[in-house]
Write a protein that binds this ligand. Structure first.
Ligand SMILES: *[C@@H]1O[C@H](CO)[C@@H](O)[C@H](O)[C@H]1NC(C)=O
Ligand SMILES: *[C@@H]1O[C@H](CO)[C@@H](O)[C@H](O)[C@H]1NC(C)=O
Ligand SMILES: *[C@@H]1O[C@H](CO)[C@@H](O)[C@H](O)[C@H]1NC(C)=O
Ligand SMILES: *[C@@H]1O[C@H](CO)[C@@H](O)[C@H](O)[C@H]1NC(C)=O
Ligand SMILES: *[C@@H]1O[C@H](CO)[C@@H](O)[C@H](O)[C@H]1NC(C)=O
Ligand SMILES: *[C@@H]1O[C@H](CO)[C@@H](O)[C@H](O)[C@H]1NC(C)=O
Ligand SMILES: *[C@@H]1O[C@H](CO)[C@@H](O)[C@H](O)[C@H]1NC(C)=O
Ligand SMILES: *[C@@H]1O[C@H](CO)[C@@H](O)[C@H](O)[C@H]1NC(C)=O
Length: 276
């Protein structure tokens, strides 16, 4: 998330630098060749306004991500305006808006801005969630279930009468309904950032903020047993070591006795080696 915002700001800075550069250039170019028709200048102005509005919308809806839902009109506006500029491109007359897109504007500010808008839209995968300017059926299904869960949670937080009952128990059905629905449909890879982010936030809130995640006892037990064994390892190691050393000293003791006997015998038979 932070990366997206950072990216945006970097891009805006870059765009800003380009625009200020271009504005100097366009001033000089309009002075030298008076080619731009009035309509074109207005079109460019509108395009700049709409790109800015889109950027503002994306930045303000970045956390939590509701870009596809909130900025679809801004996006369409930019898209339409660019098409209009491109249509001027098709005019037979030699002097038209095409100059701004290609010859005069060597920096291709319009083109770069447009690409940035498209890129942002593409990154959020908004197409996957939208049917025209509204959410498609699958996405609406997620959003309705998310709203229901939200309502349940905020009801719990606000209503002091409910505060001694468990939020987890009461809202669990909505949570399960939401996650089941999402899991059923996510395999088709048909969700945009709005939905992915909603699910991600919901899941992390559920387990971290509300601490509702039902712990998986089986896996917890397995973990416990494993950690117990691991903790026991050094103790076991020393115990086994002690056992072995105990055995060894026994062997050594008997060896010593045997050796004693052997040397005693050797001494008693004075010179003869007797192996008993
Ligand atoms: C644009 O022009 C102004 C004054 O004409 C100048 O101060 C400024 O540095 C120029 N900007 C760029 C990016 O060239
Ligand atoms: C662009 O926006 C500015 C301020 O928001 C406004 O004054 C101007 O009229 C707008 N231009 C166009 C062409 O919409
Ligand atoms: C381009 O041509 C269309 C019709 O073909 C006309 O309506 C429009 O005004 C023209 N644009 C310019 C800038 O001449
Ligand atoms: C898109 O919306 C139209 C009506 O607004 C509906 O008939 C159509 O089934 C929808 N398509 C999808 C993929 O949701
Ligand atoms: C809970 O309270 C907040 C503000 O304290 C309010 O915005 C919200 O609408 C309330 N929700 C319900 C369900 O009453
Ligand atoms: C909540 O508190 C009320 C009284 O304040 C009590 O009657 C009710 O049993 C409590 N509910 C739970 C789940 O503890
Ligand atoms: C899940 O939510 C939808 C929409 O609110 C509702 O129609 C459906 O009955 C719910 N399913 C369950 C199992 O609660
Ligand atoms: C969910 O959010 C966390 C941090 O908030 C992030 O690390 C993780 O990659 C996200 N998961 C998805 C599927 O976006």
């Amino acid at each position: 998330m932070a990366r997206i915002v950072h990216f945006l700001y970097t891009y805006l800075f870059y765009l800003n630098a380009r625009l200020s550069l271009a504005s100097n250039e366009s001033i000089s170019s309009t002075m030298s060749i008076d080619v731009l028709p009035d309509g074109c200048q207005n079109l460019l102005q509108s395009f700049a306004n709409e790109t800015a509005r889109f950027t503002l919308c994306v930045v303000t809806n970045a956390r939590p991500i509701t870009v596809c839902e909130k900025c679809v009109n801004e996006f369409n506006q930019v898209f339409k305006r660019y098409e209009e500029i491109q249509k001027l491109h098709n005019n037979d007359s030699e002097v038209d808006c095409r100059a701004v897109l290609t010859n005069i504007d060597r920096l291709q500010v319009v083109y770069a801005s447009y690409n940035y808008v498209l890129d942002m839209w593409e990154k959020a995968s908004c197409k996957l969630c939208l049917n025209g300017t509204v959410f498609n059926d699958k996405t609406r299904g997620v959003m309705i279930r998310g709203d229901n869960l939200d309502k349940c949670i905020s009801k719990h937080i606000n209503d002091t009468k409910l505060s001694n009952t468990s939020l987890c128990a009461d809202c669990k059905q909505y949570y399960v309904n939401l996650t089941n629905y999402y899991n059923k449909h996510k395999n088709d890879n048909t969700f945009c950032m709005d939905v992915v982010d909603l699910i991600n936030n919901t899941q992390s809130d559920w387990s971290l903020k509300w601490k509702c995640h039902e712990s998986n006892y089986d896996s917890e037990w397995v973990l416990l047993v494993i950690s117990f064994i691991v903790l026991l390892m050094p103790v076991l190691f020393y115990f086994i070591n002690w056992l072995i050393s105990q055995e060894r000293s026994n062997v050594l003791l008997s060896q010593n006795r045997w050796h004693q006997r052997f040397t005693n015998n050797a001494a008693s038979t004075s010179g003869y080696v007797v192996i008993s």
